[in-house]
Design a protein around this ligand. Structure first.
Ligand SMILES: [Fe+2]
Ligand SMILES: [Fe+2]
Length: 293
Protein backbone atom coordinates (compact mmCIF):
# COMPACT_ATOMS: atom_id res chain seq x y z
CA UNK A 1 0.00 0.00 0.00
CA UNK A 2 1.44 3.35 -0.99
CA UNK A 3 0.01 5.52 1.83
CA UNK A 4 2.73 7.01 4.07
CA UNK A 5 3.30 5.18 7.31
CA UNK A 6 1.32 6.36 10.28
CA UNK A 7 2.29 5.79 13.89
CA UNK A 8 0.49 6.23 17.19
CA UNK A 9 2.48 9.36 18.13
CA UNK A 10 1.37 11.13 14.96
CA UNK A 11 -2.29 10.37 15.70
CA UNK A 12 -1.95 11.62 19.29
CA UNK A 13 -0.36 14.86 18.00
CA UNK A 14 -3.17 15.28 15.50
CA UNK A 15 -5.75 15.03 18.31
CA UNK A 16 -3.93 17.62 20.41
CA UNK A 17 -3.68 19.95 17.43
CA UNK A 18 -7.43 19.67 16.87
CA UNK A 19 -8.07 20.39 20.55
CA UNK A 20 -5.91 23.55 20.33
CA UNK A 21 -7.03 24.84 16.96
CA UNK A 22 -10.71 23.97 17.11
CA UNK A 23 -12.39 24.62 20.42
CA UNK A 24 -16.19 24.10 20.25
CA UNK A 25 -17.75 27.03 18.36
CA UNK A 26 -18.75 29.91 20.60
CA UNK A 27 -22.56 30.24 20.21
CA UNK A 28 -22.31 34.04 20.39
CA UNK A 29 -20.24 34.05 17.17
CA UNK A 30 -23.24 32.90 15.10
CA UNK A 31 -25.27 35.45 13.18
CA UNK A 32 -28.69 34.01 12.33
CA UNK A 33 -29.85 36.92 10.19
CA UNK A 34 -31.59 35.38 7.15
CA UNK A 35 -32.90 37.46 4.25
CA UNK A 36 -35.51 34.99 3.06
CA UNK A 37 -36.26 32.35 5.73
CA UNK A 38 -39.04 30.67 3.70
CA UNK A 39 -36.75 30.17 0.71
CA UNK A 40 -33.92 28.76 2.83
CA UNK A 41 -36.37 26.44 4.59
CA UNK A 42 -37.85 25.24 1.30
CA UNK A 43 -34.43 24.53 -0.15
CA UNK A 44 -32.48 23.18 2.82
CA UNK A 45 -35.05 22.43 5.56
CA UNK A 46 -34.86 18.63 5.23
CA UNK A 47 -31.08 18.52 5.06
CA UNK A 48 -30.76 20.95 7.95
CA UNK A 49 -33.10 18.95 10.16
CA UNK A 50 -31.24 15.71 9.38
CA UNK A 51 -27.78 17.15 9.94
CA UNK A 52 -28.85 18.84 13.20
CA UNK A 53 -30.24 15.56 14.55
CA UNK A 54 -27.14 13.58 13.60
CA UNK A 55 -24.83 16.18 15.16
CA UNK A 56 -26.88 16.25 18.37
CA UNK A 57 -27.00 12.48 18.64
CA UNK A 58 -23.24 12.53 19.05
CA UNK A 59 -23.99 12.81 22.75
CA UNK A 60 -25.44 9.29 22.55
CA UNK A 61 -22.62 8.11 20.26
CA UNK A 62 -20.13 8.97 23.01
CA UNK A 63 -22.06 6.73 25.43
CA UNK A 64 -22.19 3.99 22.78
CA UNK A 65 -18.45 4.17 22.20
CA UNK A 66 -17.74 3.62 25.89
CA UNK A 67 -19.91 0.47 25.74
CA UNK A 68 -18.73 -0.74 22.33
CA UNK A 69 -14.99 -0.24 22.87
CA UNK A 70 -14.36 -0.95 26.56
CA UNK A 71 -10.58 -1.27 26.15
CA UNK A 72 -10.00 1.74 23.99
CA UNK A 73 -6.64 3.56 24.29
CA UNK A 74 -6.13 7.06 25.65
CA UNK A 75 -5.84 8.76 22.23
CA UNK A 76 -9.19 7.37 21.10
CA UNK A 77 -10.88 8.26 24.39
CA UNK A 78 -9.43 11.76 24.38
CA UNK A 79 -10.61 12.25 20.79
CA UNK A 80 -14.19 11.09 21.13
CA UNK A 81 -14.92 12.29 24.65
CA UNK A 82 -13.04 15.58 24.82
CA UNK A 83 -12.41 16.82 21.29
CA UNK A 84 -14.84 15.39 18.76
CA UNK A 85 -17.90 15.04 21.02
CA UNK A 86 -17.95 18.65 22.30
CA UNK A 87 -17.33 20.04 18.79
CA UNK A 88 -20.12 18.01 17.20
CA UNK A 89 -22.60 18.78 19.95
CA UNK A 90 -22.06 22.46 19.28
CA UNK A 91 -22.61 21.87 15.55
CA UNK A 92 -25.98 20.38 16.48
CA UNK A 93 -26.89 23.37 18.64
CA UNK A 94 -26.01 25.85 15.88
CA UNK A 95 -27.98 23.97 13.19
CA UNK A 96 -30.97 23.48 15.47
CA UNK A 97 -30.98 27.20 16.35
CA UNK A 98 -30.71 28.11 12.68
CA UNK A 99 -33.69 25.83 11.91
CA UNK A 100 -35.74 27.56 14.60
CA UNK A 101 -34.84 30.95 13.15
CA UNK A 102 -36.26 29.63 9.89
CA UNK A 103 -39.53 28.72 11.62
CA UNK A 104 -38.82 24.99 11.94
CA UNK A 105 -39.65 23.05 15.13
CA UNK A 106 -36.77 22.10 17.46
CA UNK A 107 -34.97 18.93 16.36
CA UNK A 108 -35.99 15.67 18.00
CA UNK A 109 -32.79 13.79 18.78
CA UNK A 110 -32.22 10.57 20.68
CA UNK A 111 -29.32 11.44 22.94
CA UNK A 112 -29.76 8.87 25.68
CA UNK A 113 -30.69 5.29 24.75
CA UNK A 114 -27.83 2.98 23.89
CA UNK A 115 -29.47 0.46 21.53
CA UNK A 116 -29.43 -3.29 22.17
CA UNK A 117 -27.21 -4.01 19.16
CA UNK A 118 -24.51 -1.76 20.64
CA UNK A 119 -24.73 -3.62 23.97
CA UNK A 120 -24.31 -6.93 22.13
CA UNK A 121 -21.22 -5.59 20.34
CA UNK A 122 -19.93 -4.30 23.67
CA UNK A 123 -20.30 -7.75 25.24
CA UNK A 124 -18.41 -9.35 22.34
CA UNK A 125 -15.76 -6.64 22.50
CA UNK A 126 -14.53 -7.98 25.81
CA UNK A 127 -12.82 -10.61 23.64
CA UNK A 128 -9.80 -8.69 22.47
CA UNK A 129 -9.61 -10.04 18.86
CA UNK A 130 -13.21 -8.90 18.36
CA UNK A 131 -12.51 -5.57 20.06
CA UNK A 132 -9.91 -4.79 17.41
CA UNK A 133 -12.29 -5.66 14.56
CA UNK A 134 -14.93 -3.37 16.06
CA UNK A 135 -12.30 -0.64 16.47
CA UNK A 136 -11.42 -0.80 12.76
CA UNK A 137 -15.11 -0.64 11.82
CA UNK A 138 -15.56 2.36 14.13
CA UNK A 139 -12.80 4.21 12.26
CA UNK A 140 -14.21 3.29 8.84
CA UNK A 141 -17.72 4.34 9.84
CA UNK A 142 -16.34 7.56 11.28
CA UNK A 143 -14.40 8.34 8.11
CA UNK A 144 -17.44 7.75 5.90
CA UNK A 145 -19.63 9.88 8.17
CA UNK A 146 -17.20 12.78 8.27
CA UNK A 147 -16.67 12.69 4.51
CA UNK A 148 -20.45 12.77 3.97
CA UNK A 149 -20.68 15.73 6.38
CA UNK A 150 -17.90 17.56 4.51
CA UNK A 151 -19.73 17.09 1.21
CA UNK A 152 -23.08 18.14 2.70
CA UNK A 153 -21.71 21.32 4.30
CA UNK A 154 -19.81 22.23 1.15
CA UNK A 155 -23.00 21.94 -0.91
CA UNK A 156 -25.03 23.81 1.71
CA UNK A 157 -22.45 26.60 1.87
CA UNK A 158 -22.42 27.01 -1.91
CA UNK A 159 -26.22 27.02 -2.03
CA UNK A 160 -26.53 29.64 0.72
CA UNK A 161 -23.88 31.74 -1.02
CA UNK A 162 -25.84 31.62 -4.28
CA UNK A 163 -28.95 32.77 -2.37
CA UNK A 164 -27.05 35.73 -0.88
CA UNK A 165 -27.41 34.37 2.66
CA UNK A 166 -23.89 35.30 3.67
CA UNK A 167 -24.35 35.73 7.42
CA UNK A 168 -25.49 32.16 8.12
CA UNK A 169 -23.28 30.79 5.43
CA UNK A 170 -20.18 32.23 7.06
CA UNK A 171 -20.98 32.11 10.78
CA UNK A 172 -22.92 28.83 10.90
CA UNK A 173 -22.27 26.48 7.97
CA UNK A 174 -18.67 27.46 7.19
CA UNK A 175 -17.79 27.62 10.89
CA UNK A 176 -18.96 24.00 11.20
CA UNK A 177 -17.52 22.88 7.87
CA UNK A 178 -13.99 23.87 8.81
CA UNK A 179 -14.02 21.46 11.79
CA UNK A 180 -14.99 18.31 9.88
CA UNK A 181 -11.79 17.56 7.90
CA UNK A 182 -9.81 17.15 11.14
CA UNK A 183 -12.29 14.51 12.30
CA UNK A 184 -12.01 12.70 8.99
CA UNK A 185 -8.22 12.79 9.22
CA UNK A 186 -8.31 11.23 12.70
CA UNK A 187 -10.32 8.24 11.47
CA UNK A 188 -8.24 7.89 8.31
CA UNK A 189 -4.93 7.94 10.18
CA UNK A 190 -6.23 5.54 12.85
CA UNK A 191 -7.56 3.02 10.31
CA UNK A 192 -4.37 3.23 8.23
CA UNK A 193 -2.24 2.70 11.32
CA UNK A 194 -4.19 -0.45 12.23
CA UNK A 195 -3.96 -1.96 8.77
CA UNK A 196 -0.32 -0.97 8.14
CA UNK A 197 0.90 -2.29 11.48
CA UNK A 198 -0.77 -5.64 10.77
CA UNK A 199 -2.52 -5.92 14.15
CA UNK A 200 -5.39 -7.71 12.45
CA UNK A 201 -4.92 -11.33 11.35
CA UNK A 202 -6.41 -12.35 7.98
CA UNK A 203 -9.47 -13.88 9.71
CA UNK A 204 -10.09 -10.58 11.52
CA UNK A 205 -9.90 -8.64 8.25
CA UNK A 206 -12.32 -11.15 6.78
CA UNK A 207 -14.69 -10.69 9.71
CA UNK A 208 -14.45 -6.91 9.28
CA UNK A 209 -15.45 -7.28 5.60
CA UNK A 210 -18.37 -9.54 6.41
CA UNK A 211 -19.67 -7.27 9.16
CA UNK A 212 -19.25 -4.13 7.05
CA UNK A 213 -21.08 -5.64 4.06
CA UNK A 214 -23.92 -7.01 6.16
CA UNK A 215 -24.40 -4.15 8.58
CA UNK A 216 -23.53 -1.10 6.49
CA UNK A 217 -25.67 1.78 7.53
CA UNK A 218 -25.66 5.42 6.66
CA UNK A 219 -25.03 7.88 9.42
CA UNK A 220 -28.06 8.44 11.65
CA UNK A 221 -30.20 6.25 9.37
CA UNK A 222 -31.42 3.23 11.30
CA UNK A 223 -35.11 3.28 10.30
CA UNK A 224 -36.77 3.52 6.86
CA UNK A 225 -37.94 7.02 7.76
CA UNK A 226 -34.41 8.08 8.68
CA UNK A 227 -32.98 6.48 5.54
CA UNK A 228 -35.39 8.54 3.47
CA UNK A 229 -34.17 11.52 5.50
CA UNK A 230 -30.60 10.80 4.46
CA UNK A 231 -31.89 10.49 0.90
CA UNK A 232 -33.27 14.00 1.38
CA UNK A 233 -29.80 15.27 2.23
CA UNK A 234 -28.41 13.65 -0.93
CA UNK A 235 -31.18 14.93 -3.19
CA UNK A 236 -31.68 18.42 -1.69
CA UNK A 237 -27.96 19.08 -1.80
CA UNK A 238 -27.62 17.83 -5.38
CA UNK A 239 -25.33 14.93 -4.45
CA UNK A 240 -27.52 12.51 -6.39
CA UNK A 241 -26.64 14.09 -9.75
CA UNK A 242 -23.66 11.73 -9.74
CA UNK A 243 -24.59 9.32 -6.99
CA UNK A 244 -21.83 6.81 -7.89
CA UNK A 245 -19.28 9.53 -7.36
CA UNK A 246 -20.80 10.56 -4.02
CA UNK A 247 -20.82 6.95 -2.78
CA UNK A 248 -17.29 6.45 -4.09
CA UNK A 249 -15.95 9.55 -2.32
CA UNK A 250 -17.61 8.63 0.96
CA UNK A 251 -16.29 5.04 0.77
CA UNK A 252 -12.79 5.69 -0.56
CA UNK A 253 -10.93 4.78 2.64
CA UNK A 254 -12.70 1.47 3.14
CA UNK A 255 -12.35 0.63 -0.54
CA UNK A 256 -8.58 1.05 -0.09
CA UNK A 257 -8.21 -0.68 3.25
CA UNK A 258 -10.83 -3.45 3.27
CA UNK A 259 -11.15 -4.26 -0.41
CA UNK A 260 -7.60 -3.70 -1.70
CA UNK A 261 -7.52 -7.33 -2.94
CA UNK A 262 -10.45 -6.68 -5.30
CA UNK A 263 -8.41 -4.91 -7.93
CA UNK A 264 -10.13 -2.03 -9.67
CA UNK A 265 -13.14 -1.92 -7.33
CA UNK A 266 -14.33 1.69 -7.30
CA UNK A 267 -17.01 1.54 -4.66
CA UNK A 268 -18.27 -1.33 -2.50
CA UNK A 269 -21.66 -2.54 -3.80
CA UNK A 270 -23.29 -2.27 -0.35
CA UNK A 271 -22.41 1.43 -0.11
CA UNK A 272 -23.71 2.32 -3.55
CA UNK A 273 -26.91 0.38 -2.87
CA UNK A 274 -27.42 2.21 0.44
CA UNK A 275 -27.06 5.59 -1.30
CA UNK A 276 -29.43 4.64 -4.13
CA UNK A 277 -32.03 3.17 -1.76
CA UNK A 278 -31.93 6.27 0.43
CA UNK A 279 -32.46 8.63 -2.52
CA UNK A 280 -35.27 6.41 -3.87
CA UNK A 281 -36.90 6.30 -0.41
CA UNK A 282 -36.85 10.09 -0.23
CA UNK A 283 -38.37 10.49 -3.71
CA UNK A 284 -41.08 7.96 -2.89
CA UNK A 285 -41.95 9.77 0.33
CA UNK A 286 -42.05 13.12 -1.45
CA UNK A 287 -44.29 11.73 -4.17
CA UNK A 288 -46.58 10.22 -1.52
CA UNK A 289 -46.82 13.59 0.22
CA UNK A 290 -47.55 15.37 -3.08
CA UNK A 291 -50.30 12.90 -3.94
CA UNK A 292 -51.85 13.18 -0.47
CA UNK A 293 -51.87 16.99 -0.58
FE1 LIG B 1 -20.14 18.07 12.76
FE1 LIG C 1 -17.39 15.75 12.40
Amino acid sequence: MSAPRVDAARIAEHVERLADKHPPIDPSSADYAVRDPAAVRARFGGALDYMARVEMEVERNVLELAVMLPDVGETDRRFYAEVWGPQEEQHGVLLDTLGQHLGMPPVVANTGDVPARVRVLGALAHLSPVHEVIRLLYYLTGAATEKAAMMAYTAMSEGLGAMGEDAVRRTVVDAIKVQEPGHFAFYRLSAQEMVQSGVLAPWQMHLARVLRSKAYSLVGAKTAEQRAGFGGVIVELGLDADIERSARDVSRLETQLLWAHEKGLEVPGYALKAFRDAAAGYRERRLGQALAA
